[in-house]
Design a protein around this ligand. Structure first.
Ligand SMILES: Cc1cc2nc3c(=O)[nH]c(=O)nc-3n(C[C@H](O)[C@H](O)[C@H](O)COP(=O)(O)OP(=O)(O)OC[C@H]3O[C@@H](n4cnc5c(N)ncnc54)[C@H](O)[C@@H]3O)c2cc1C
Length: 238
């Protein structure tokens, strides 16, 4: 039977005491949960069904993108493509979901646009009351962790994107738009917090198939990295 690649990042020494928590999936949800628990001294095992992706492995042309995709069609009970493909498309009834698979989950292939929660969404009575005071603190923490930066005007595409965002996103649109992407060579040298292997964006436009220049702040480079640092200097990966 075909088996998907599986990355297990362990925080703590399970041989001695086992784990306090197991987190399944390493997208934003799983990475943040694993990071915060690990920082609080909880022994966490983070399980990811995809593989670890390096900048050099991301597909940069249409053919490679197709060969790095898996399609599951529930209605026909059929699937095509490798189980640990970077792109996973699930079709069920009248719904289609496209997600990423790998250490970092969707953060590997998303556009990295970070938009503050619109005020009207924050006011919804469905949120716990205590959250009212925490929005700004949490957003500031995520912004710092994801190292959001403004797109330099030197990229002509930046103007087009700003216009679209202004039209589509209205209330929550912030000028300039911020992405969890590294744009600056200079800042990289000055900033000791940034992972040393980070590159700088060259506006190649391949963000949605994974950054081939290592400029995107996917969660494997921040939340997961920090979770690991809380226990070990290096991750123990199977
Ligand atoms: C093309 C694209 C562009 C986007 N652009 C933006 C953007 O600009 N800004 C923004 O805020 N959001 C954007 N998003 C949305 C954002 O990426 C998702 O909302 C986010 O990644 C969801 O995080 P998550 O942790 O819920 O799930 P995911 O990021 O999907 O992570 C789930 C992880 O769990 C793993 N997994 C699943 N099942 C198992 C299992 N049984 N065992 C082990 N591992 C498992 C998967 O392989 C995956 O790695 C974009 C999404 C896409 C697809």
């Amino acid at each position: 039977m075909e088996k998907a690649a599986e990355v297990v990042v362990r925080f703590g020494n399970e041989e001695e005491d086992g784990y306090d928590a197991v987190v399944v999936g390493s997208g934003y949800g799983g990475s943040v949960a694993a990071c915060r628990m690990s920082m609080a001294g909880i022994k966490v095992c983070l399980v990811e069904k995809g593989r670890r992706w390096e900048a050099k492995d991301f597909p940069t042309n249409s053919l490679k993108i197709i060969s790095d995709a898996r399609i599951e069609k529930k209605s026909l009970g059929m699937s095509f493509g490798p189980k640990d493909a970077l792109f996973q498309v699930y079709e069920q009834d009248d719904s289609l979901a496209a997600v990423a698979c790998g250490l970092g989950g969707g953060s590997l292939v998303n556009a990295g646009v970070m938009i503050p929660t619109p005020i009207r969404a924050r006011r919804s009575s469905k949120w716990p009351k205590e959250w009212e005071e925490d929005w700004e603190i949490c957003e500031a923490s995520a912004s710092a962790m994801l190292r959001i930066q403004s797109i330099p005007v030197k990229f002509p595409i930046a103007k087009t994107m700003e216009e679209i965002a202004e039209r589509e996103i209205e209330e929550s649109f912030q000028r300039p738009m911020k992405l969890s992407v590294n744009f600056s060579h200079e800042e990289q040298q000055l900033d000791s917090m940034k992972p040393k292997q980070m590159g700088s964006c060259l506006a190649c436009g391949n963000c949605l198939s994974g950054c081939p220049y290592n400029a995107k702040n996917s969660t494997d480079k921040n939340y997961i990295d920090l979770a690991v640092q809380a226990h070990f200097p290096l991750p123990y990966i199977l």
